[in-house]
Design a protein around this ligand. Structure first.
Ligand code: SAH
Ligand code: SF4
Length: 346
């Protein structure tokens, strides 16, 4: 499984072959990924066949399509049974891939499907990167109607908390930026607020975008929705986010999942405006997507608009995110539902 070797260690797979063969393989894996080894046209059959049945570190268990073919969700399955989900969303000038950093998540945010099913394991750098390579190969070789033939954005908004798996996520980002050649500006790390992880990300050389999943603007409410807030309360989180902004000069974003009667009040909007203004952050409002164990329901559309207006009146830059792939459970926080329901998730 070549993606489980670091790009620098591919020689191990091609013992006895000249250096240029190793470089060719590296380019097929990292620069112009292909769906199958047969497509690695300049490698001799004998060399390709060494890993032809195990190019990917997972099998494609489910592939679903929605939004007239411009949204695609994959459920990949690692040999040990771990489920890895990725969602590709195509637009006229953009192709955004949402990737997973862990199988499951240990942080248990009440409204999130991934959190509700608990933690399985961390994903390896190669498993994280292979999601990107797979989508890149898909766009190049199969494509989506009216969508660019390559990824323009990668967001860590699938399953798992990227900053709770820092070293592996870091290595995956290194491969995306330094080996694949993706701009750091094309990458967004979304975190629920692991403060030491934000600090480490700030120390790393790549100016990736940071999204903070805030959901509540006071500690009491936030701790009830996002248990890790007890360990890293709002003041710490806001300070770390500001530090990141100052260091990288990248505009922060704040994610806010709108729950009816929970965090969609004028009071929360006013408090959120203070935080967003202090951080000069952009706010994304996302209507709650239903999950099996969530009692909360999405805020009505009119309330979301009212909440957005209130923020805007306070000078906050705000967008209401429209949801992709809802009918295939590919929307935020819904990953893992189908697998969980049918009992096939490891
Ligand atoms: N663990 C990271 C990244 C994965 S979650 C984080 O929490 O940021 C990606 C985004 O989906 C987060 O902003 C998260 O709050 C949001 N989300 C989770 N469950 C959701 C749901 N049921 N409906 C809408 N958004 C949800
Ligand atoms: Fe984990 Fe993010 Fe879901 Fe919270 S919202 S349980 S941190 S994946």
């Amino acid at each position: 499984m070549p993606y489980l070797h670091a790009p620098e260690d591919l020689g191990e797979l091609l013992e006895g072959e000249p250096r240029f063969r190793v470089d060719q393989l590296r380019d097929w894996l990292y620069k112009t990924p292909v769906l199958q080894t047969e497509d690695m046209t300049n490698l001799p059959q004998e060399v390709r066949s060494r890993f032809s049945d195990r190019l990917w570190p997972f099998t494609v268990e489910v592939e679903q399509s929605a939004d007239s073919g411009t949204t695609r969700k994959w459920l990949f399955r690692a040999p040990d049974g771990a489920a890895i989900e990725a969602v590709l969303m195509g637009y006229p000038r953009r192709a955004t891939l949402c990737i997973s950093s862990q199988a499951g998540c240990a942080l248990g945010c009440t409204f999130c499907a991934t959190g509700q099913f608990g933690f399985e394991r961390h994903l390896e750098p190669g498993e994280i990167f292979a999601q990107v390579a797979y989508a890149q190969a898909f766009l190049r070789q199969i494509g989506m109607p009216g969508v660019p033939d390559h990824l323009t954005n990668v967001v860590f908004m699938g399953m798992g908390e990227p900053l709770a798996n820092y070293n592996r996520v870091r290595e995956a980002i290194r491969r995306m930026v330094e080996v694949m050649g993706l701009s750091a500006r094309a990458i967004t790390v979304s975190t629920v607020g692991i403060v030491p992880g934000i600090k480490r990300l700030a120390e790393d050389p790549w100016p990736v975008y940071l999204a903070i999943s805030l959901h509540a603007a006071d500690n009491e409410l936030r701790t009830s929705l996002v248990p890790i807030n007890k360990r890293y309360p709002l003041e710490m989180l806001v300070a770390a986010a500001w530090e990141y902004f100052e260091k990288k000069g990248r505009r922060l974003s704040i994610e806010w999942t709108m729950m009816d009667g929970v965090n969609d009040t004028d009071d929360q909007a006013t408090k959120l405006a203070v935080i967003a203004n202090r951080l000069r952050a952009h706010v994304n409002l996302i209507a709650l997507n239903p999950t099996p164990l969530t009692e909360e329901t999405a805020s009505p559309e009119r309330r979301i608009e009212g909440f957005a207006r209130l923020l805007a009146n306070h000078g906050v830059n705000v967008t209401i995110r429209n949801t992709r792939g809802r009918e295939i459970d590919a929307a935020c926080g819904q990953l893992r539902i189908v697998a969980g329901k049918s009992g096939i998730a490891g």
